[in-house]
Design a protein around this ligand. Structure first.
Ligand code: AP5
Ligand code: MG
Length: 221
């Protein structure tokens, strides 16, 4: 299965990607996590990306497309993927199309998890992320068993630099201007499936799994 998770910041893309990874063995490829790892390592890519991410802007298409292409080249995505946070512009979607064509692969579905702006702001102000980078919690909606500690690997929970209210507002504007056009783009290709991100994480997960089960059956016919 080759899946894209699309949606505004804070809609629950990472939360659902982790669940699908654990439950269905799908590989989560999160460009946000890749960029944060590059920032933490102090690499050239990280140095270029840090200031852009802190402002809530998008890093240039060429940079992010190189990151994705090298993940595909490494074989990580050979058995299917769950792209979380990519593509985010029409240019990135075109690049992905070329990348998949070149490997004789195609997208299975694009899952849009939607949530209104005020819900996004509430979620991101309470989000906590594990210091190792991947496990996501919310102080109110999805708290860890022990405050400030990741249930899964015991590491410290931290707040992301770009979850400050003024940066969140800019991330939302950038989403509406540059990423939302992808909804129509994938709808026209018949790939889009919509999910109400305001439901609980379990309910969203149930609905996504039902959709993927149907897709699997269709593929077997
Ligand atoms: P990225 O890391 O991708 O951030 P984002 O898209 O803004 O999305 P988030 O990770 O903030 O939200 P999410 O949908 O994953 O929600 P989550 O599950 O955590 O990108 C960061 C930056 O990197 C970008 O701004 C850009 O600069 C750069 N970048 C990345 N990719 C790029 C690209 N392709 N091109 C250019 N630049 C790129 O959930 C949020 C909170 O809500 C959590 O606390 C969670 O516990 C809670 N929650 C989740 N689901 C529910 C629910 N159903 N009910 C209640 N609470 C819930
Ligand atoms: Mg995320």
């Amino acid at each position: 299965m080759n899946i894209i998770l699309l949606g505004p910041p804070g809609a629950g893309k990472g939360t659902q990607a982790q669940r699908l990874q654990q439950e269905c063995g799908m590989v989560q490829l999160s460009t946000g996590d890749m960029l944060r790892a590059a920032v933490a390592s102090g690499s050239e890519l990280g140095k270029k990306a840090k200031g852009i991410m802190d402002k809530g802007e998008l890093v240039p298409d060429e940079l992010i497309c190189d990151v994705i292409a090298s993940r595909f080249d490494s074989g990580d995505a050979d058995k299917g993927f769950l792209l979380d946070g990519f593509p985010r512009t029409i240019g990135q979607a075109e690049m992905l199309e070329r990348l998949l064509d070149g490997r004789s692969r195609e997208l299975t579905a694009v899952l849009l998890i939607d949530a209104p702006d005020d819900e996004v702001v509430r979620r991101l102000s309470g989000r906590r992320t594990c210091a190792k980078g991947q496990h996501v919690y919310h102080v109110e909606f999805d708290p860890p068993k022990h405050e400030g500690v990741c249930d899964q690997d015991g590491s410290r929970l931290i707040q992301r630099d770009d979850d400050k209210p003024e940066t969140v507002r800019n991330r939302l504007e950038v989403y509406h201007e540059q990423t939302e056009p992808l909804i129509e783009w994938y709808e026209e290709k018949g790939l889009l499936r919509r999910f109400d991100g305001q439901r609980s994480p379990d309910e969203v997960n149930d609905r996504i799994r039902a959709t993927l089960a149907t897709k699997r059956l269709e593929a077997e016919l």
